[in-house]
Write a protein that binds this ligand. Structure first.
Ligand SMILES: Nc1nc2[nH]cnc2c(=O)[nH]1
Length: 370
């Protein structure tokens, strides 16, 4: 099968995956995320976490990942080296934060600008076709408009992808309203800074209005739907059908560690389950996501969101060979196959029950990496 594409994952948060999920987003950031991410100033700590994160993610069949790191350039460069050695395809972002951040985990506006350009030029110099820097303002509250505008300009100057978060919780949406009274809505804050482009991926988008979705469509901005995270942090339920019906590009993300599972198979399952729950409250002809649609979001959809659909996402002639060799009959594996199972049943069983034990080989751009 085609390799899986994780359009939103925080490599730095892998260290506390599966824990610390009792708080809602803004308290979770304050009490767990910022204190833990601050530790990535220590390169040894960073190297250990990033080695384990990248290994785990590849083992789970993610051939392309769109990573958030932390604000630290050296640690983020370390993540690039590790990804490069592992042979994974990736976008890697040094996070920008110059506002409403704790004193121990914040940059000045000037530092943030300089360090980001330094990071971008260093990665571009590597000339590795599999790895790209991605401009990464954490989310609107954590960046001054001056910084966000500079980042929009930098993305344009170097023709780079952009990633951030939007409308994940109602508290966050209210806070953004208070902080940016001159903006029409949350998406407008980013749009004013030229951060909504056809190379932008915005995580979550649970509470986007129709007007905001139309803006996403007209600018080519994509959404990374992270259902595990939205349930684990009790942020809400994103209606994937509505986004698809409005013609907005959509991919799936694990959002480790708002989401507790590093596997995109989990993202596929949880996307279907969230869509099923939403359908309970809808008119009778509302169609919840099928396993085929969720699979497509985790592969081709992700490649479209990341602007990589000319290279990966499926096995169309002319694309690069990002692939998994899956064995659903592996001994002591998680899937049992019976004579009555059709090919589609077997695929469905793998998507819903399978795990890394079924993933026997992993290829990126034609090279076997696992
Ligand atoms: N899920 C999630 N949402 C965010 N919004 C701002 N930062 C983050 C983060 O690290 N994770």
């Amino acid at each position: 099968m085609p390799g899986l594409i994780d359009t939103h994952i925080h490599a730095s948060q892998y260290v506390y995956t599966g824990t610390a999920m009792e708080l809602h987003l803004l308290d979770w950031l304050k009490n767990y995320t910022y204190p833990i991410e601050a530790n990535f100033e220590d390169l040894k700590f960073a190297e250990d976490v990033y080695q384990k994160a990248v290994k785990r993610v590849l083992k789970n069949g993610t051939t392309t990942a769109c990573y958030f790191a932390t604000i630290h350039v050296d640690a983020t460069l370390k993540l690039c080296d590790i990804v490069e050695n592992a042979g994974q395809r990736a976008y890697i972002g040094k996070v920008n934060m110059d506002a409403y951040s704790p004193h121990y985990y914040v940059e000045t506006t000037q530092e943030s600008k300089e360090e980001t350009e330094k990071f971008v030029t260093k990665i571009l110099k590597k000339n590795n076709p599999l790895i790209k820097p991605v401009i990464t303002p954490r989310f609107a509250p954590n960046c001054t408009l001056e910084l966000s505008k500079y980042l929009g300009h930098l993305a344009k100057q170097y023709d780079l992808p952009i990633q951030s978060h939007i409308s994940e919780t109602t508290d966050e949406v209210e806070w953004v309203k208070e902080l940016f009274p001159g903006s029409k809505h949350y998406a407008d804050v980013y749009d004013q800074c030229n951060l909504l482009t056809d190379k932008t991926v915005m995580a979550h988008g649970v509470y986007l209005s129709d007007e905001e979705l139309k803006l996403f469509k007209s600018t080519g901005t994509g959404i990374s739907h992270c259902p595990n995270s939205n349930l684990s942090l009790r942020s809400g339920m994103m209606d994937a059908r509505r986004v698809l019906d409005m013609g907005v590009k959509l991919g799936l993300g694990t959002d480790v560690s708002g989401g507790y599972h590093p596997s995109m198979l989990d993202a596929i399952r949880t996307a279907v389950q969230v869509s099923n729950v939403i359908s309970l409250d809808m008119h009778t002809d509302y169609k919840s996501l099928s396993h085929r649609e969720a699979f497509k979001l985790a592969t081709l959809g992700g490649s479209e969101v990341l602007g990589l659909s000319d290279k990966t996402g499926n096995f169309e002639v002319g694309k690069e060979f990002d692939a998994l060799l899956v064995d659903t009959t592996v001994v002591e594996g998680p899937v049992d196959i019976f004579k009555r199972d059709s090919t589609d049943d077997i695929i469905q069983k793998f998507l819903f029950l399978g795990d890394d034990r079924n993933i026997q080989e992993v290829y990126v751009a034609g090279k076997q990496v696992l």
